[in-house]
Design a protein. Structure first.
Length: 503
């Protein structure tokens, strides 16, 4: 006989927070949004924290290496999508790990015989205006010179002329020898009033470039998420089919966190995969999921021994899992049920399991409620798909700028297997995700700045200085349909919605 959970499935927008006493210390500048990612024992620290409680969904239309770099620079973590070949995913991880340390491996390199037109083509693709010139045009060959967009006039010079005629040749370039520290390199840039410092090995081969701009970026992004070697931290999604080949390649590339990516994670497949990884790579953090119920949480934590658990089935903005398969649970109910079980587990065993609320966060208020309900951090797809750094092209529709956004369960995403592994029989019979567009809203930094300001303002209202304290202090009320309407504007002509537009 089927059992029915009496409590109705509820969503975040059905709740409001009731303010608690705000003390004089409760000011934005004193608030920490740091969140643990790996399980830890009472009295100990998690082996991995993120500095802001945001991670990206492991999706083709969200999480490439540019996104991973942009988010880690703000203190969050991206999960590079796994619906691509193992080599391609490992290369993305590699790119993120190489990005930092201030020593940049250039991806815009020239040969002396390249033309100025080649330079413009590369600039259009990469956006870089400083390009090293090496003997064979690769990033680590013999250094010959450097070209910046100050060295030629695009509309005056003959674009068929070779780079060698315009570049600053090596004998006139100020460079440093490999082995120098980042601090020393920055001091040299400052002393010699340079924008870029090439680093060469003893044979004169290019090792890296150090930019003044990166130093400024670093100083402007104090929350940057770095590993012990000062490289950006990066995650990757994995599946339960090819993990024995995929995980070694990702670990080799330097991945810090792996997350089993499945709409329903309550499976022996996840247990087998997680235990296999745990045995071979004890230092890599592993996430499991998704789950919406207590028994599934216990299974992943006790049997599969994952580090963190992702909560949410069917709430994603592009998700049609609930209507296609009839599985899922309102995200607020799912999160509260699992968070309660997590706290019970902590009481019983002294081990804390971080929770990630995944999917269906369609505005900043919902993110706030998710954190209040016990999520340590949130995973978002649509939110990041709308930013400049998502890996999709901008398109103009009806005079507004959009980017494509599609679910990992859509045929568009699943099509990659056709070319790599052969599509599974069931893989293409029905879709679990849709294929659409979202408006472009700005850079990752710009949107996060607003969201973070709101979260911190609410935490002040709630008398909390940390995310954990916020959840512990949270007092929530359910709202009726009428109070929902009351919460909007009423009987006022809204300039946003109603005012006639000037023409
Ligand atoms: P969003 O932040 O509401 O856009 O939801 C993103 C989340 O939706 C992801 O992290 C996944 O958990 C989930 N998701 C991604 N692709 C699909 C799909 O095709 N069907 C169902 N859920 C999906």
């Amino acid at each position: 006989m089927a059992k029915i959970i009496e409590e109705v499935s509820r969503t975040f927008s059905e709740y409001l927070l009731i303010p608690r006493l705000t003390g004089t210390k409760h000011q934005s500048k004193n608030i920490s949004l740091r969140a643990p990612v790996a399980r830890f024992k009472k009295g100990e620290e998690s082996s991995l924290f993120i500095n802001i409680p945001f991670v990206t969904a492991s999706m083709q239309s969200v999480s490439g290496s540019d996104m991973a770099v942009a988010l880690a620079r703000q203190g969050g973590l991206a999960f590079i999508f796994c619906s691509q070949s193992i080599e391609a995913q490992a290369a993305m991880v590699d790119k993120v790990k190489l990005h930092k340390a201030g020593f940049v491996q250039s991806d815009s390199n020239l040969r002396p015989d390249n033309t100025l037109q080649d330079v413009l083509d590369i600039r259009k693709k990469t956006g870089h205006s400083t390009m090293p010139v090496t003997n064979d045009g690769s990033k680590n060959d013999l250094f010959v010179g450097i070209l910046t967009d100050k060295d030629f006039w695009e509309f005056e010079d003959d674009l068929n002329r070779p780079v060698s005629e315009f570049m600053t040749a090596k004998e006139n370039v100020f460079f440093a020898e490999a082995g120098i520290s980042l601090h020393e390199a920055n001091q040299l840039l400052r002393k010699h009033k340079k924008e870029c410092l090439p680093i060469l090995d003893s044979d004169g081969r290019l090792q890296a470039l150090v930019f003044k701009r990166d130093y400024y970026d670093h100083m402007n992004n104090p929350a940057e998420l770095l590993d012990s070697h000062k490289r950006l931290v990066v995650g990757a999604g994995i599946n339960t089919h090819d993990y024995k080949e995929r995980v070694p390649a990702l670990v080799e590339a330097g991945v810090d966190v792996l997350c089993l990516d499945a709409s329903d994670g309550y499976s022996e497949f996840q247990k087998e995969a997680a235990l296999w990884i745990r045995e071979r790579y004890p230092n890599v953090v592993i996430g499991g999921g998704n789950v919406v119920h207590t028994d599934a949480f216990r299974y992943l934590v006790e049997e599969a021994q994952v580090d963190f658990v992702k909560v949410g089935i069917g709430g994603g903005s592009i998700c049609i899992t609930r209507e296609q398969k009839g599985i899922g649970r309102g995200q607020a109910s799912a999160l509260m049920a699992v968070a309660e079980e997590r706290d019970r587990y902590y009481e019983e065993t002294g081990t804390y399991i971080p929770l990630c609320s995944d999917g269906g966060l369609s505005n900043d208020t919902q993110i706030i409620i998710a954190l209040a309900m016990g999520a340590d951090f949130v995973m978002m797809g649509r939110y990041f798909a709308m930013t400049n750094e998502s890996p999709t092209p901008r398109v103009s529709i009806g005079g507004r700028i959009y980017k494509p956004y599609w679910g990992e369960g859509s045929n568009r995403a699943k099509n990659w297997q056709r070319y790599n592994q052969g599509a599974s029989e069931t893989g293409f019979k029905f879709e679990e995700g849709i294929d659409g567009y979202v408006p472009v809203v700005g850079s990752v930094k710009e949107v996060l700045d607003v969201t973070i300001s709101k979260i911190k303002a609410t935490m002040c209202n709630m008398g909390s200085l940390t995310v954990k304290e916020f959840a512990d202090n949270a007092l929530l009320t359910r709202i009726s349909e009428q109070s929902f309407i009351e919460g909007g504007t009423s009987n006022v002509l809204s300039l946003d919605k109603d005012a006639p537009r000037e023409v």
